[in-house]
Design a protein around this ligand. Structure first.
Ligand code: CTP
Ligand code: CA
Length: 227
């Protein structure tokens, strides 16, 4: 459905967005998670929809309603998220806004782990697949535009530049999620856009406004990431 007054800059384009945290099970009652609320990813899905795109939102566990007119694929773990993204391809634009758990427990115990006489259990971790890097490095069906986020608590720009190169994406949206920033879970975000062309810092804005501007920015980029 068209929204009055919103330029249909993504009409005819398919956008796949990841959002929210992932939950990595330890046993049937426990999991590893993080403070992501999913708000920025959901706001992006709504902004892309309003700009006329076909939107697939691959979402980890969040407390947000499914945006009308958006196809939501609900997942729990990083590996499920990777599978759902794979199933949602091909697309024109991929945006990785999820706070994917970097590690999962090496074994997911079939029964609740009990307190024992051996003291606390050692939790062995293994690394999860990097969904963003996987999509950006694809040979077949590499989306023409691949956008990642960088959640940092220090040296935001330096880390973001490294991530841009390391992951092979076209744009990194860096945000400071340090203590006191109130970005994770909050309603506002202050971001810096990092691409091969350079950086631009945006003022602190509501996540819905960051989303709207980001969609407009992305729509103005050529598929190879140049402005
Ligand atoms: N990301 C992903 N899959 C992962 C980890 C991260 O798709 N397993 C994506 C995120 O959605 C985000 C980007 O990669 O778009 C950067 O995530 P971030 O956590 O900031 O970076 P990492 O590469 O995980 O590095 P670190 O957490 O050590 O800073
Ligand atoms: Ca990470």
């Amino acid at each position: 459905a068209k929204l009055a007054g919103v330029p249909q800059v993504l009409a005819g384009r398919k956008v796949v967005i990841t959002a929210g945290p992932t939950h990595e099970p330890i046993d049937p009652v426990r999991y590893i998670a993080n403070r992501s609320s999913g708000k920025q990813g959901y706001a992006l899905a709504e902004a892309a929809r309003d700009a006329g795109a076909e939107v697939v939102l691959v979402s980890g566990p969040v407390n947000l309603p499914a945006p009308p007119g958006v196809r939501v694929m609900s997942v729990e773990t990083a590996r499920e998220m990777a599978e759902a993204v794979e199933a949602a391809l091909p697309c024109d634009i991929f945006i990785a806004a999820a706070a994917v758990a970097d590690w999962r427990a090496q074994s997911d115990a079939a029964q609740k782990i009990k307190k024992g006489s051996d003291g606390p259990p050692m939790l062995a971790l293994v690394e999860n697949p990097d969904i963003l890097a996987g999509v950006a490095r694809r040979v077949a069906q590499r989306p023409p535009l691949v956008v990642g986020f960088a959640a940092e608590t220090e040296h935001v720009l330096d880390h973001a530049r490294v991530k841009l190169a390391k992951k092979g994406c076209d744009l990194i949206v860096a945000n400071d999620v340090g203590a006191g920033s109130e970005v994770m879970g909050g309603a506002e975000n202050s971001v810096v856009l990092v691409s091969r062309d350079g950086e631009q810092a945006w003022p602190r804005l509501p996540k819905s406004e960051v989303a709207r501007r980001l969609i407009a920015h992305i729509a103005g980029l050529r598929p190879d990431g140049e402005t």
